[in-house]
Design a protein around this ligand. Structure first.
Ligand code: AMP
Length: 542
């Protein structure tokens, strides 16, 4: 017997309709390029989103054509998040920090027809415009006009909306498996690969994200996604917030710690999210002046994208009474895979042990399954055995766009993440490394992430990356690359003794190099490929 439940399709128009019916009064706040605040409500957002959908419908697009965005987190980008998929085409968010070459490749590969671009990113156009085939480029600007400095032929986003009548909008019926959005991996090796997200995948991801043991979003929350809307749907927060009716604060182009702290305090943000780099900056600023900002409303800072070191989680809690929620995910997983909320059986642990657990990536969300494949079958869930993490679930991609890299998928339908993980009883996942960042020394594996986290636990260290350098005798050996905190000093010997408290001698770095900065990927993560290149002929002096 089949269940006779109604065949209700899970689509973004349903989330938009919910926001319209129930949360019209809730506010969406944006920090504009001139740092002033733009405020409007979900009712305004829905009205303008409908206009966008109607206007796009008049541009001769065909179903599932791609409409790209190059934009910061803003109310206009939120309109695009809903307006583009609600008109039957695919929202393609593009990361402006990619190289011109990768940008041109992505536009060409995705065959984008239209681009919405922030006025603050117009200079990017010069580097790829002649290589791509766009039918229209609309500029999103604070005053609605196209700046004089813009290349010829660009049109105004506000004029596009003006041209449309929202009363012509009808909520569409899509198949929930139609693509709603796509994003390219900001891969550290090889060409970026396209990941598509169906309406169903985004709806289920939003529902799961809102559950209390994932991000626990509610109508009464105020959410500020610092993670950019061009990177994996800003971790789905704009969708989850619209579904739950949470108030949204968009930081615009201002990602410096001071502006972010102003937003957090002034707008009484309850939940924020971003990569560790952003939170290192925030922590430093708070340490300098602990009483400058009232963050008493902020109950969760979701940190992911790279490992949040235990020392950071501890510092936020002990020095500023702020809670870090560590999360792991990927472009290929929409992105939420695991979130670290302590389960009840961890209540018995000491405070120190709880911090250790908090620094793991946490437990998979509902419907997400994990396993770690070692050299000899799947690793036991004993917290020690390691293997490549494989995942499956309703918001894990089943194939890359145009079927690239099919080897990333197992024959039984799991996605190979390229992350090396151990899994503890109860399913707490701990990412040890990327497969390509693990260091193989004399037949033993050394986790660069563990060494990095322990280096960053030293109070003179602002940032640390550990990479493999070639070794004739051992094949590879670890090298520590460290950026010091402003005004602090420490010797290589001190850092080595600090590491030796926790690590066996053979796994300590051969040397530590002090640098001014660590190169980063387009998503703000350490670019270890560039460091490996920089230090490829390195021999320790001692
Ligand atoms: P991206 O697709 O750019 O979001 O990158 C995904 C990759 O970021 C993952 O495969 C991990 O290597 C890394 N990553 C994401 N979250 C975490 C985390 N909490 N801890 C460690 N690595 C992470």
């Amino acid at each position: 017997m089949r269940g006779l439940t109604a065949d209700y399709q899970l689509t973004l128009p349903a989330i938009l309709r919910r926001a319209e019916s129930h949360f019209g009064y809730r506010e969406i706040v944006t920090r504009l390029p001139d740092k002033s605040f733009h405020r409007y409500t979900y009712a305004d957002m829905v009205r303008r989103t409908k206009k966008l959908a109607v206007a796009l419908g008049g541009l001769g697009l065909e179903k599932s054509d791609r409409v790209a965005t190059l934009a910061w987190n803003s109310y206009q980008h939120l309109e695009a998040y809903f307006g583009i998929p609600c008109s039957g085409v695919v929202l393609h968010t593009i990361n402006p920090r990619l190289s011109p070459d990768d940008l041109a490749y992505i536009f060409d590969h995705a065959e984008d027809k239209i681009l919405l671009i922030d006025e603050t990113m117009l200079q990017l156009l010069d580097s790829f415009k002649d290589e791509v085939n766009l039918e229209h480029i609309f500029v999103i600007s604070s005053d609605g006009s196209v700046p004089d400095s813009a290349p010829d032929g660009l049109e105004s986003y506000e004029d596009l909306l003006e041209s449309a009548d929202e009363s012509e909008f009808e909520y569409p019926d899509f198949d929930e498996n139609d693509a709603a959005a796509m994003c390219y991996t900001s891969g550290t090796t090889g060409r970026p690969k396209g990941v598509t997200y169906s309406h169903r995948c985004i709806c289920l991801h939003s529902m799961a994200a809102a559950t209390p043991d994932m991000l626990g979003l509610r109508e009464r929350d105020t959410v500020m996604p610092v993670v950019p809307m061009f990177h994996v749907n800003a971790w789905g927060l704009p969708f989850t917030a619209a579904m739950t009716g949470a108030r949204q604060v968009m930081p615009g182009p201002h990602l410096d710690p001071e502006s972010l702290l102003e937003n957090l305090a002034q707008e009484r943000v309850t939940v924020t999210a971003g990569v560790p780099t952003i939170f290192f900056g925030i922590l430093r600023k708070l340490d300098e002046d602990p009483d400058a900002y009232d963050l008493s409303n902020l109950h969760d800072m979701i940190i992911g994208g790279s490992a949040a070191p235990e020392s950071m989680i501890r510092a936020f809690k002990e020095r500023h009474d702020l809670n870090v929620l560590h999360a792991w995910g990927m472009t290929e997983t929409t992105p939420l895979g695991t979130v670290c909320n302590l389960t009840s059986e961890k209540e018995e642990l000491s405070e120190d042990e709880k911090y250790q657990v908090r620094a793991t990536q946490g437990v998979p969300g509902p419907f997400i399954e994990v396993r770690a494949r070692g050299d000899e079958g799947f690793a036991a869930w004993d917290g020690e055995s390691m293997g490549e993490l494989e995942v499956r679930g309703p918001w894990v991609t089943g194939a890359y766009y145009k079927d690239e890299d099919p080897d990333k998928f197992t024959d039984d339908g799991w996605f190979k993440t390229g992350d090396i993980a151990s899994i503890s009883p109860g399913g707490y996942v701990e990412i040890q490394d990327r497969t390509k960042d693990l260091i193989k020394s004399g037949g033993e594996w050394i986790s660069s992430v563990t060494l990095e986290n322990d280096l960053m636990a030293h109070d003179a260290v602002a940032e640390a990356a550990v990479i493999a350098i070639p070794s004739e005798k051992w094949q590879e050996r670890p090298l520590g690359v460290v950026v010091l905190e402003d005004g602090k000093d420490v010797t290589e010997e001190d850092l080595m003794s600090h590491l030796a408290e926790k690590h066996p001698k053979w796994s300590l770095p051969d040397a530590i190099e002090f640098v001014d900065e660590i190169p980063r990927t387009a998503a703000g993560k350490f670019l270890k490929r560039a460091l490996r290149e920089q230090f490829k002929d390195y021999t320790p002096t001692a």
